[in-house]
Design a protein around this ligand. Structure first.
Ligand code: ZN
Length: 63
């Protein structure tokens, strides 16, 4: 598993700076803190973004 510390990030739990890292696992990314037991599953929104199709814009007829 890969770890990457987030520069300048504050732990949501203990408020320590530069202690939060992302763990890259097979099931996605999760946030962890080295100072406390904080861990949070990070939903990879970026990967799940589906490019939306253009929505037809219905223009009002101009009188
Ligand atoms: Zn913490």
């Amino acid at each position: 598993m890969k770890k990457r510390f987030i520069a300048g990030a504050k732990c949501k739990n203990c408020n320590a700076e530069d202690t939060t890292y992302i763990n890259y696992g097979q099931n996605g990314e999760s946030l962890h803190c080295v100072e406390c037991e904080f861990s949070e599953k990070k939903e990879s929104h970026e990967a799940n973004i589906v490019v939306q199709e253009w929505t037809p814009v219905r223009l009002r007829d101009i009188d």
